[in-house]
Ligand binder design. Structure first.
Ligand code: F6R
Length: 607
C-alpha cells in the first residue's frame, strides 16, 4: 500500500509534487522518494528518504529545479525492509526508466531470476524493481509501447506511473487491481492513487479501470487498453475542496474527522428521507428496484470497522425490516466456496472502496450472478464501480487511518436501508427516520466538551489491557471501541458480548484490567447491569457508557460517560463517539501519532 503521484506538463518546481504527495501520506509513510526529469540538464534526479515525508522534504530543500515529468512516492513496505534502496521510484540498469508502484507483483521472483541471469543489476529487495528492468528490454524509444509489452508479463496488483529519460515528453500510468486516476489540467496531467493528490491542480478526473493505461504529454492524454486501442472515458468532477483534505485547524485528521461527524452524518442523510415519516428514498438503489422486490435475505460483507458497522446493520435490518441478515468478514467469506443465492442482496461496505478482500468477495458474488449493492465513501473507487447499485456516504475524504466519520455514516445508511426494506413490506419506521433527523444536533452538543473523556484517558493512560462489553446494538460498538483503542494507542484491548463474559473472558478480570461497559437504558439494560456486577465482584474497574438520567449506574461504575437518550437502534451513532475520543486521547498521552499508527495503512489493497 503506497501513494503514487506522476506529473507531466509545464516544468514545475518539485515542491509542488511534494505537496500532492503529502495528501497521500495516509497510504503509507515509512519512506518517500521522487524522480524528476530536469529538461535543462536532460537528466533524472532521484532522491529518497526513510521516514515520513518531512524527511524527504528536508532533503529537497535548496533544490530549485523545475521538472517535468516527475514521480513522487510514499511507501508502506511489503517486500523488503524500510530502507532508501527499497523505496521507489526504481530504475533500470541505465537510469533511463523510472517506476513508482502501488501493489504487489506476485511473480517477481521468477522474473527477477531471469533478469539477473541476463545480467541485470538489482539494487533493492522489492518486487517492483523487476518492472523497470523488464521495460529496459522492451524499450525502443517509446515508453508507452514498452509498457504495453511488459504489463502482460506481470501477475498481481499494480498501479504504476512511469517516466523515461529517453522519452521525456510522456508520462504513462497503468492500472490493475489498485486505485489510479488521472487529473486533467490545462495541458498538464497528474496521475495519482487518489483524488486528494490532484485537487490542488484540477477537479476534473478520469478514473482508470483494470487493464487501462493513460498516456499523457503536455499536449493531451489518451486512455488505451493494453493493446493500444483508444478508449472513451468519462471525465468526473471532484465535488470537494483542498481544505476538505486538510486538517482544518485540528491537530490531527482523526480529531477533525471525529469532530465533523454532526455535519458528515447530516451530509449522508441529505435527500434520503421519504415524504412520509418512516420512509426512505434511496435513489442509488433505483437501478435494481425490480430485483430488490424479490429479496428475501441480505448478506453484508466488509472488513474491520466497516464490518462492525455491518453487524449493527444486521440487527437493524433484521429487527425492523424483518428480513434475515448475515454478516461476514469478506476475507473469510471469499474462501468458503460461498453459495450465492438468487434472492439474496449482497451488501459490500467499504470506506475506501479499494479493500482487497471486500473487492475479491464482490467479484466472487458477481461471477456467480448474485445481486451486489454497496455502501462506499470514495466516489469512483473500485467497489463503487463494480457493484450494481449503491449508496455513497458523502462524508468527504477520510484521512486518519482509524475510521471514524465513515463508520457513523455507514450506520446512518444502514438505518435508511432498514427503513427502505421495511417500506417494501408496507411498513414504516418513523422512530428510526425521525430519530435520525435529530442525531446531528445531539452529536454537536455531545462534542462541545471533551474534557471528561480527556481526563479519563489521563487516568488510564498507563494500563496494558482493557476490555469492552456490550449487548445487542452495543455489542458491535464494544468491538469497535476495542479496535480503535488497540490500533492507535497500542493498548491490548478486546471486545466481547456481555453474554460471552462468563464463558471465558471473565478470567481476565482483576483490579488492573478496566472494562468499558456499554450499558444504555435499553432492552438489555438489566442484562448488562448483571454483567457489570460480575466484573465489580472481581474488583475490575468499570467505565460505563450510559444514558443520561441513569443514576443507578453511577453507584456501581468507577466512571460514567453519559450520552443522550435516542431510540435503541440509533444509539450506536452516539455511543461510539466517546470511545473514538477516548482512543484518540490515549494515543496522544502514550506519545503516538493517531493519524499514522504503526504497521497500518488507510486502505488495505493487498490481502
Ligand atoms: C479501522 C479501520 C479498518 C477499515 C478496514 C476496511 O479503524 O479503518 O478496520 O475499516 O480496513 O476499510 P474500508 O472501509 O476502506 O474497506
Amino acid at each position: 500500500m503506497c501513494g503514487i503521484v506522476g506529473y507531466i506538463g509545464k516544468p514545475k518546481p518539485i515542491a509542488e509534487g511534494l505537496e500532492a504527495l503529502k495528501r497521500l501520506e495516509y497510504r503509507g509513510y515509512d519512506s518517500a522518494g521522487m524522480a524528476a526529469y530536469d529538461p535543462k540538464e536532460r537528466e533524472v534526479m532521484c532522491i529518497k528518504a526513510v521516514g515520513k515525508i518531512e524527511k524527504l522534504e528536508k532533503k529537497l530543500k535548496g533544490i530549485n529545479i523545475k521538472a517535468s515529468p516527475f514521480l513522487f512516492y510514499t511507501r508502506w513496505a511489503t517486500h523488503g525492509g524500510v530502507t532508501e534502496q527499497n523505496c521507489h521510484p526504481h530504475s533500470d540498469c541505465k537510469g533511463n526508466i523510472w517506476v513508482a508502484h502501488n501493489g504487489i507483483i506476485e511473480n517477481y521472483q521468477q522474473l527477477k531470476e531471469k533478469l539477473v541471469g541476463e545480467g541485470h543489476k538489482f539494487l533493492s529487495e522489492t518486487d517492483t524493481e523487476v518492472i523497470p528492468h523488464l521495460l529496459e528490454h522492451a524499450f525502443k524509444g517509446d515508453i508507452a509501447k514498452a509498457v504495453q509489452k511488459v504489463v502482460p508479463l506481470l501477475r498481481g496488483a499494480f498501479a504504476l506511473v512511469i517516466i523515461a529519460k529517453q522519452d521525456p515528453t510522456r508520462l504513462v500510468a497503468v492500472r490493475k487491481s489498485a486505485p489510479l486516476l488521472v487529473g486533467i489540467g490545462k495541458r498538464e496531467y497528474i496521475a495519482a492513487s487518489d483524488p486528494s493528490a490532484v485537487v490542488g491542480m484540477t477537479k476534473e478526473v478520469v478514473y482508470l479501470d483494470d487493464g487501462e493505461m493513460a498516456v499523457m504529454s503536455d499536449k493531451g492524454y489518451t486512455v488505451q487498453d493494453i493493446n493500444g486501442n483508444h478508449l472513451k472515458k468519462k471525465v468526473d468532477f471532484i465535488d470537494w475542496n483542498i481544505e476538505d483534505a486538510q486538517k482544518g485547524g485540528y491537530e490531527h485528521f482523526m480529531l477533525k474527522e471525529i469532530m465533523e461527524q454532526p455535519e458528515t452524518i447530516a451530509d449522508t442523510m441529505r435527500g434520503r428521507f421519504g415524504k412520509e415519516a418512516g420512509t426512505a428514498k434511496l435513489g442509488g438503489l433505483e437501478v435494481v428496484g425490480d430485483r430488490l422486490k424479490n429479496i428475501e435475505r441480505v448478506h453484508i460483507l466488509a472488513m474491520g470497522t466497516a464490518y462492525l458497522a455491518g453487524l449493527v446493520g444486521e440487527q437493524l435490518i433484521s429487527e425492523h425490516a424483518r428480513i434475515p441478515v448475515d454478516t461476514d468478514p469478506a476475507s473469510e467469506f471469499r474462501y468458503r466456496k460461498p453459495i450465492i443465492e438468487k434472492n439474496t442482496a449482497y451488501l459490500f461496505i467499504s470506506q475506501s472502496g479499494e479493500t482487497a478482500d471486500t473487492l475479491a468477495a464482490l467479484r466472487e458474488v458477481k461471477q456467480q450472478g448474485g445481486l451486489t449493492l454497496g455502501i462506499i465513501n470514495v466516489v469512483g473507487s473500485s467497489v463503487a464501480r463494480e457493484v450494481e447499485a449503491g449508496l455513497y456516504n458523502h462524508v468527504g475524504p477520510e484521512i486518519g487511518v482509524a475510521s471514524t466519520k465513515a463508520f457513523t455514516s455507514q450506520l446512518a445508511l444502514l438505518a435508511f436501508l432498514a427503513a427502505f426494506f421495511a417500506n417494501r413490506k408496507e411498513k414504516k419506521l418513523p422512530e428510526i427516520t425521525e430519530g435520525l433527523k435529530k442525531i446531528p444536533g445531539i452529536l454537536a452538543r455531545m462534542l462541545k466538551d471533551t474534557r471528561q473523556i480527556q481526563k479519563l484517558a489521563q487516568k488510564y493512560a498507563k494500563i496494558d489491557n482493557m476490555l469492552y462489553i456490550g449487548r445487542k446494538y452495543q455489542y458491535p460498538i464494544a468491538l469497535e471501541g476495542a479496535l480503535k483503542l488497540k490500533e492507535i494507542s497500542y493498548v491490548h484491548a478486546e471486545g466481547f458480548s456481555g453474554g460471552e463474559l462468563k464463558h471465558g473472558p471473565i478470567a481476565l478480570i482483576d483490579e488492573r484490567v478496566p472494562t468499558v461497559a456499554l450499558c444504555l437504558s435499553d432492552s438489555v439494560y438489566e442484562k448488562m447491569m448483571s454483567n457489570i456486577q460480575e466484573i465489580k465482584a472481581r474488583n475490575g474497574p468499570i467505565i460505563a457508557v450510559a444514558t443520561e438520567g441513569d443514576k443507578e449506574i453511577a453507584k456501581i461504575a468507577d466512571d460514567v460517560l453519559y450520552i443522550p437518550r435516542v431510540p435503541e437502534p440509533l444509539a450506536p451513532l452516539l455511543s461510539v463517539v466517546p470511545l473514538q475520543l477516548f482512543a484518540y486521547f490515549m494515543a496522544l498521552l502514550r506519545g503516538y501519532d493517531p493519524d499514522k499508527p504503526r504497521n497500518l495503512a488507510k486502505s488495505v489493497t493487498v490481502e
